[in-house]
Design a protein around this ligand. Structure first.
Ligand code: HEM
Length: 446
């Protein structure tokens, strides 16, 4: 007998299980149709930024993952302008690629755009780290981190950093090395100095080991079961937290805050209330800043080496600059000083151009905390907002022939002076350069 679902007796002639399957399928189809209907027929607010939201619920995620990300962003920027909407990984997003708009989101109207990270990352780094906050707690911590990066705070570390390089160099001789891994080793040791003021303490080896375990699970699936990389990382995080707290206690009890960011955080008091930061606030921020410093610095160093390798004339010119410094050091029979690192204009321009060309952090995320009027458009509450640093750094209006690696463009101050990316780099450059500069110096001159 032919079955027709329109027949009132049709279901009765099917087994109960078949009927149930058909009903589930019918419900599923109606649900999907409803989702499609809502996606395509939702009231279109003319004031939303231009752009395509792609397929319902998948959005443009597949395109982003299958296309070259550079062309994904630049094609849309050409078509829709510096502010456009899209839909990625289940989230409606607004992408922005003008320096002024990036500055608005990240600085001038930052209170309207909150940082947004997966909960697993927050757990791993520590919820009290500055990355996850806005407002007065964030600015207080940012000032303290910046204080630890001032030349006055770091100039005394030059000889310790030189020592790290001198210890590393022989291990690279006549070996094939994985550059990024070696740069990470270097950057980590330097980060330890900048976090704790010195790497001599016995605790340092333990901290280093736990950090490595934590790092291994950082980008894993957040499945917290025994045996998973995430679980192991969370265990390491707990031990790391304990170690840091005991170090904090020791420093508090001895009455000597010690050097590095830890010393600055321990000494921090609010002007009026004289509130100290708690142990957990300090521990989370130390862990967070080492995270922020290590991979970024190591990637930039790796790119510097690649660009110098690809531009032999430049490599020779940088080598000449470094050899000049080296011969003075040898002549005077002394170690490298902070002043030496200030006398390498070409090396500095190579670093700036590497930061621009490689743009190792291509963009960042924020989320609108309310409906926001933004440059004539509406950004609805809950939408993600992504300042695209890479697009700004590769915009021909600011950097003619943007794909060319040309450090001489930094002989004159670039027009991107207003870009937040630049503001960030300007904020951190002394410290970052202090990290980044010394390795090429030692690499080329030893
Ligand atoms: C060349 C290497 C680096 C690059 C390209 C870089 C890039 C960035 C960018 C783009 C942000 C903004 C993220 C956002 O607001 O969403 C950021 C934040 C941050 N970076 Fe770096 N960074 C570098 C090195 C460092 C180093 C060496 C340190 C510390 C010693 C550091 C500490 C921080 C901190 C603490 C923040 C958070 C600032 C805040 O929330 O206001 N960074 N970095």
């Amino acid at each position: 007998m032919q079955l027709s679902l329109s027949s009132p007796f049709a279901l009765a002639t099917l087994g109960y299980s078949q009927a149930a399957i058909l009903m589930v399928l019918a419900l599923l189809c109606s649900f999907l149709l409803l989702l499609l209907f809502l996606q395509w027929h939702r009231p279109r607010d003319k004031r939303l930024p231009p752009g395509s939201m792609g397929w319902p619920y998948v959005g443009e995620t597949l395109k982003l993952y299958t296309e070259n990300p550079n062309s994904f962003f630049s094609n849309r920027q050409k078509r829709f302008g510096d502010i456009f909407k899209t839909h990625i990984l289940g989230c409606p997003c607004v992408m922005i690629s003008s320096p002024e708009a990036a500055r608005t989101v990240l600085v001038t109207r930052a209170h309207l755009f909150k940082p947004t990270y997966p909960t697993s990352k927050e757990k791993m780094i520590g919820p009290e780290a500055l990355f996850f906050h806005q407002g007065s707690y964030h600015s207080r911590l940012k000032k303290l981190v910046q204080a630890s990066l001032l030349p006055s705070a770091i100039r005394g570390s030059v000889s310790q950093i030189e020592q790290i390089v001198l210890e590393l160099l022989p291990t690279w001789k006549s070996n094939t090395i994985n550059t990024l891994q070696e740069m990470k080793r270097y950057a980590f040791d330097v980060a330890m100095i900048s976090a704790f003021g010195s790497k001599q303490d016995l605790e340092m080896e333990g901290i280093k080991h736990l950090y490595r375990c934590l790092e291994k699970g950082y980008n894993s699936m957040p499945l917290d079961f025994p045996g998973t990389p995430f679980h192991k990382a969370m265990k390491a995080r707990k031990l790391l937290d304990e170690k840091l707290r005991s170090l904090i206690q020791k420093r508090r009890q001895s009455g000597r805050h010690g050097g590095g960011l830890l010393g600055i955080l321990l000494g921090a008091k609010e002007h009026v209330k004289l509130n100290q930061l708690s142990d957990s606030q300090i521990a989370d921020n130390i862990i967070g800043v080492i995270f922020a410093a290590q991979d970024t610095t190591a990637s930039v160093l790796t790119w510097i080496l690649k660009y110098l390798h690809d531009n032999q004339d430049l490599l020779e010119a940088v080598t000449r600059e470094q050899e000049g410094i080296r011969s003075k050091i040898v002549e005077a029979n002394r170690g490298l000083t902070w002043e030496d690192t200030r006398r390498m204009p070409l090396t500095n321009r190579v670093i700036q151009e590497t930061l621009r060309t490689a743009s190792i952090l291509s963009f960042t995320f924020r989320e609108a905390v309310q409906d926001v009027e933004f440059e004539g458009y509406l950004i609805p509450k809950g939408w993600k907002v992504l300042p695209l640093f890479r697009s700004i750094h590769h915009c021909a209006d600011f950097f003619p022939q943007p794909e060319k690696f040309d450090p001489s463009r930094f002989e004159v101050r670039a027009r991107m002076i207003n870009s937040l990316a630049y503001v960030h780099l300007a904020t951190y450059q002394k410290h970052t350069y202090a990290h980044v500069c010394r390795l090429p110096v030692m690499l080329l001159s030893h």
